[in-house]
Design a protein around this ligand. Structure first.
Ligand code: AMP
Length: 442
């Protein structure tokens, strides 16, 4: 496949050639035709996949081929990014792609004087790259109008939310024309991102660079059923029993991370935690130390753990199951990399049965269940099924008051005159069922 076969015009092909881009990357191969066709996009792609060209190149083509000339203080396409550095980086790429097109491009962000930006916007800009806060400032000072806006790109949407831009995004969203094309790029898809996508996108095409429902088959996965309150104790027990050397642990909340780290440190275990409340520098330091094996246990939330690339990580423990099933695949993908074998163990309590069911459905496999002696749960985790069902255990039939009256059958007493074959058969499962094993096709 070439860029020409994707339908790009000559000035763009020339710019890409100058940059040495010979073949479209997978995200470009999918995004370019979709954007040119005017579709909304929801794309899972990280930095390094070539996503910038994936949205910017077709966007520039649309701006060059269609629509009116930009009027004063207006923008025709807006790319929102989380940080100043990224605004500069994306704008630099856009500038290079637009080299041979008669389009104006610009970047605005905070931390620098607003006046030159206001001056520049007076003539209007075809494509503007912006951080959310400065964009709103400019809008409130009447330096910007959105009446000509035809395309909005949210780049690194997950990072924008991490950085607390959710209110700014809602405010921006409110003042944009309803009829527009929207492209959303995010490394992961949390509930918040899905909510944002639901508000902002219209019948989006989903693009995924690596298939999300394929769990690495080099990773051995299983779970322990356990009561919620006993999870920390079970974790410590397993850590000691199996002499785990280096473990990446995922917990659901920031408080959960802190509580587990405190407990482990209190027991003299070399542990640290990373989550979104901690400054970037602290997170990086903990991660670097974990990578250098100076920390044995690193406990993280999904947000903070994104993008972690740790060589030879043998074990991932899901202390809590993720709220979004796809995150399970991201999490276990931290081990078993590059052909190495890894293990992923989940501690699952009864409350989490629906999350478990969603994961089993997504990965199309039942996770083998174990119970650790002395940690058998009081609250049984209902059986699950890779088809997404939580199997309700049929109620046990009441014992007859008088002894010897009838035969016990599959969940129902057989009345006199009724044969076994007349009784609707519902299998009664023994409790608990540990191993879900290979699933029957429904
Ligand atoms: P991005 O993921 O957009 O940050 O791009 C990552 C890097 O890949 C940047 O340095 C791009 O210039 C480069 N790049 C993007 N697309 C291609 C391509 N099709 N061929 C070669 N390099 C590319």
């Amino acid at each position: 496949m070439t860029f020409a076969t994707l339908g790009l015009i000559e000035p763009l092909l020339r710019a890409l050639e100058t940059l040495g881009y010979q073949t479209p990357t997978p995200v470009q191969a999918q995004a370019i035709p979709a954007v040119l066709a005017g579709r909304d996009l929801m794309a899972a792609a990280q930095t390094g996949t070539g996503k910038t060209a994936g949205f910017a190149v077709p966007l520039l083509q649309l701006l060059a081929m269609e629509g009116p000339k930009v009027t004063s203080n207006s923008v025709r396409a807006l790319i929102l990014v989380p940080t100043r550095e990224l605004a500069e980086q994306v704008h630099e790429s856009v500038r290079q792609y637009a080299e041979h097109l008669p389009l104006s491009t610009y970047a605005v962000y905070g931390g620098v004087s607003i006046n030159p930006q206001m001056m520049k916007l007076r003539k209007g800009v075809d494509l503007l790259v912006a951080t959310p806060g400065r964009l709103l400032d400019l809008f409130r000072q009447n330096a910007l109008k959105f009446n000509q806006l035809q395309t909005l790109v949210l780049d690194e949407a997950d990072r924008m939310l991490d950085l607390g831009f959710s209110e700014e995004l809602s405010n921006i969203y409110r003042v944009l024309p309803k009829k527009r094309q929207t492209l959303l790029f995010s490394a992961t898809f949390s509930d918040q991102i899905r909510l944002l996508a639901g508000q902002m996108l219209n019948d989006p095409l989903s693009i995924e660079v690596s298939p999300r429902n394929v769990a690495a088959n080099t990773v051995k996965q299983w779970l322990y059923t356990v009561d919620k309150k006993r999870k920390p104790e079970l974790f410590v027990h397993l850590l000691r029993k199996h002499k785990w050397k280096q473990v990446l642990v995922f917990a659901k909340t920031r408080n959960g991370v802190d509580a587990l780290v405190d407990k482990l440190q209190g027991l003299g275990v070399n542990a640290d935690g990373i989550h979104g409340d901690k400054p970037q520098a602290t997170r990086q330091r903990a991660l670097d130390r974990f990578k250098a094996s100076e920390i044995q246990i690193l406990v993280a939330t999904d947000v903070a753990a994104r993008g972690l690339d740790i060589e030879d990580l043998p074990l991932v423990v899901n202390f809590d199951l993720p709220i979004v099933a796809e995150d399970y695949i991201h999490r276990i993908g931290r081990t078993g990399r590059a052909g190495a074998t890894g293990e992923a163990i989940s501690l699952v309590c009864a409350d989490e049965v629906n999350l478990l069911s969603a994961i089993e459905m997504l990965t199309r496999q039942g996770l083998t269940r174990h119970m650790e002696q002395d940690f058998e749960p009081e609250h049984r985790v209902p059986d699950t099924d890779a088809s997404g069902l939580v199997i309700k255990k049929p109620k046990k039939p009441k014992k007859p008051k008088a002894s010897g009256g009838g035969k016990r059958n599959l969940g129902k007493w057989v009345d006199s005159g009724e044969t076994v074959a007349d009784v609707p058969v519902k299998p009664v499962r023994k409790v608990p069922v540990f191993n879900t094993g290979p699933r029957k096709k429904k």
